[in-house]
Design a protein around this ligand. Structure first.
Ligand SMILES: *Cc1c(COP(=O)(O)O)cnc(C)c1O
Length: 387
């Protein structure tokens, strides 16, 4: 069976874990945690990063940091993972769902402004498949209405927003890292993402005003991080918080992955491009839609998907590949139709979120997908359409 995903190990993980163990300190905020955080801060210019045990945790920290209270409204796409929503619902927020766009599952900024009310506190764009949302439009609305922006960058490591710097014909584009534009951003290192630590995540704090409190919330509501730096002579309970920091075992694992990021990205990109080249004809023939990379986005090769005509075709497609011993999988079920939130939803129609729920299917994409195995996938996909 060709799996949908297979975690990639660089070979250095166990060595670094052993180093962490031998150092005598394997609880959180140790040497490897600091090395990982420094790498992200230096490499992408993030103001401050904190490793967390998941992206879910990082989103929950962001919700605490912006003081979400019952009745506050948060705008997010309906076509996303439950963690994007749970983090805010846990604090009593009311969710306001944005629809996806016709060409991309990302939130459609055209419909965004009319979702803003006097109760709106934050917008949470999700960079689906690691491709940027229209951050210029989102940040402009946030500034105009005084809202927080929390980027769900779970899938978006090493991907960029291409910002136009001039309005002349030859507009200069600047590569702005995803995760560096919102007040906060949350990344995931779950084993299905590009770089991994089994479970794992990271909160990015781009507004320096929040750094001190973020460290406190991260360490169970104590000022322990400041204590370790010698800034206070004893540490105590100073705010709410939880245990959001991962152990050094996880950070050591992640550091080995970070060191190999370029190699991983190169390989994943080659696989992604081969899918695109080989399957482009499906689009020409009108059988399926292939991923569209928005003109302001880069592709970090997190995911390769097809959008088929309807749910029935997709079910038959998945069965066809399964018969060829290949696992392809659908993705999110619109949150506004979920058993938990359907009766709380405001009721705005979200046809594109429903469309991707019904019609999107993801193909196997992982570091160890050999050319031979990928050929099998491509052949099976083409045979489904009789081409
Ligand atoms: C993977 C993912 C998450 C959750 O990440 P965890 O690290 O598993 O908590 C959240 N949002 C999106 C968009 C994701 O893809």
């Amino acid at each position: 069976m060709i799996p949908f995903n297979k975690p990639f190990f660089t070979g250095k993980e166990t060595q670094y874990i052993q180093e962490a163990v031998q150092s005598g300190k394997i609880s959180g905020n140790g040497d490897f945690t600091k090395r990982c955080q420094a790498w992200f801060e230096n490499h992408y210019g993030f103001e401050k990063t904190l490793l967390t045990t998941s992206c879910t945790d990082a989103l929950e920290m962001a919700a605490l940091l912006i003081d979400i209270k019952p009745g506050d409204e948060v705008i997010l796409p309906s076509y996303t993972f439950v963690s994007t929503a749970n983090a805010f619902v846990l604090r009593g927020a009311r969710l306001v769902f944005a629809d996806s766009g016709p060409r991309h599952p990302n939130m459609d900024v055209a419909g965004l402004e009319k979702l803003i009310s006097t109760r709106t506190k934050a917008i949470v764009p999700v960079h689906y498949a690691g491709m940027a949302c229209n951050m210029d439009a989102i940040m402009a609305l946030a500034t105009q209405y005084n809202l927080y922006v929390i980027e769900d960058a779970a899938q978006a490591v090493d991907s960029f927003f291409l910002k136009k710097l001039s309005s002349s014909k030859e507009a200069i584009q600047k590569r702005v890292p995803l995760g560096s534009m919102g007040h906060f951003a949350a990344f995931s290192f779950h084993e299905t993402k590009n770089i991994i630590s089994g479970e794992g995540g990271m909160l990015v704090i781009n507004d320096p005003e929040f750094i001190k409190r973020a460290e406190i919330i991260w360490e169970k509501g104590t000022n322990r991080a400041a204590f370790w730096r010698g800034e206070v002579d004893k540490y105590g309970w100073v705010d709410v918080g939880s245990s959001f920091l991962p152990s050094e075992v996880i950070a050591a694992f992640l550091y080995a992955q970070i060191e190999n990021l370029d190699k991983i990205q190169k390989q994943r990109t080659a696989i992604w491009k081969r899918y695109a080249n080989e399957l482009n004809m499906l689009m020409d023939k009108g059988f399926a839609q292939l991923p569209v990379i928005p003109e302001y986005a880069t592709n970090n090769a997190h995911m390769f998907y097809l959008v088929l005509d309807n749910a029935d075709t997709r079910d038959r497609f998945i069965k066809h590949l399964k018969a060829d011993r290949i696992l392809s999988v659908f993705h999110y079920l619109s949150l506004h139709k979920s058993p938990y939130y359907a009766d709380k939803h405001y009721g705005n129609e979200l046809p594109w979120a429903d469309h991707y729920s019904d019609c999107l299917v993801r193909l196997p994409l992982f570091y160890d997908l050999t050319t031979e195995l990928q050929t099998k996938v491509i052949t099976s996909v083409k045979s489904f359409f009789g081409v």
